[in-house]
Design a protein around this ligand. Structure first.
Ligand SMILES: [Mn+2]
Length: 300
């Protein structure tokens, strides 16, 4: 029986990652972190962008994966990096635009790999072959959202170990409204909820948006304040818009995910769906879920 520690979004904060691994009892042996009791780590993705030590983070995580001490799923930032670096032979350019917005989001990674381009190619190739979900004996892992239809589509169509994110796959996903687009977009970025007419929220880039991130894992969706992220104050007590998915997510095996930039102290709201992203890249905490049989503990 192998026991696991699932770790949230690292975003280039390798010092915090090392501190957490040490707290969890992992030791650096022959340059790679491993656990003397045979425990393994699962990473929920989003290793790059934002933080000061992106290269160090990637080396640490990839070395743990290649030596069998960890598994990792792809985050939207790894997916975006692959798209940013893959030429679109159908319409020119790349599968992710190279405008100011995209460059700004990706800037810390570009800067830190400026003199290490062949190393960056190696990591990009590793990203191309990361799974988008994991289903283990006792739990499941995904970067943003577990939806059985999306996961089943990925099982059939995304062969991470062999083909991975090749140009054909990226082309299929680039067609908005396709099943491929929905499966990848929602799995890596989560489902969205449209606000009622005339309402909008202001995102972290200062852009007005009618689409909000749906708190799909929320154990209570009776008001918009509980059902969506960054809910405008004026809508906090309003009921969720008609047609919203108000079902409470239930899963026999807990689903661990990251992506949502939660803050305050880590809590388990819904035992079926547990977010581990507590915004280490915004002064928050890097969080692990320690699984021991049926026991689950958040460590940070
Ligand atoms: Mn993310």
């Amino acid at each position: 029986m192998i026991f696991y520690d699932v770790i949230g979004d690292v975003h280039g904060y390798s010092d915090e990652l090392e501190a957490l691994l040490q707290k969890l009892g992992y030791l650096k042996v022959n340059e790679v972190y491993s656990h003397p009791g045979g425990r393994k780590v699962v990473f929920v993705g989003d290793f790059i962008d934002r933080g000061p030590k992106i290269r160090e983070t990637l080396h640490l995580v990839r070395d743990m994966v290649l030596s069998g001490n960890a598994q990792a799923v792809m985050g939207n930032h790894e997916y975006n990096a692959v798209c940013f670096n893959t030429p679109n032979l159908h319409s020119g350019g790349y599968y992710r635009k190279h405008n100011y917005k995209e460059i700004h989001q990706h800037y810390d990674t570009l800067k830190q790999f400026k003199d290490f381009s062949s190393e960056w190619e190696m990591f990009l190739d590793w990203f191309r072959h990361l799974p988008m979900f994991l289903e283990l004996d006792a739990f499941k892992v995904v970067h943003a959202y577990w939806n059985d239809d999306n996961i089943n589509w990925l099982k059939e169509n995304y062969k991470h170990a062999t083909i991975g994110l090749n140009a054909d796959f990226l082309q299929a996903v680039s067609v908005k409204e396709s099943i491929a687009f929905k499966a990848v977009e929602e799995t890596l970025k989560g489902p969205e909820q449209e606000l009622p007419d005339g309402q909008f929220m202001v995102d972290k880039e200062g852009t007005e948006r009618r689409e909000c991130r749906l708190k799909w894992w929320s154990a209570n969706k009776s008001t918009m304040g509980e059902g969506i992220m960054s809910c405008p104050d004026s809508l906090f007590e309003s009921p969720m818009p008609e047609g919203s998915d108000l079902k409470i997510f239930i899963s026999e095996k807990p689903v661990f995910f990251g992506h949502y930039w939660l803050h305050d102290n880590p809590v388990i709201e819904n035992k079926s769906a547990i977010c581990l992203d507590y915004s280490v890249a915004k002064g928050g905490k890097l969080v692990a879920a320690r699984m021991e049989g049926d026991q689950l503990q958040l460590i940070y």
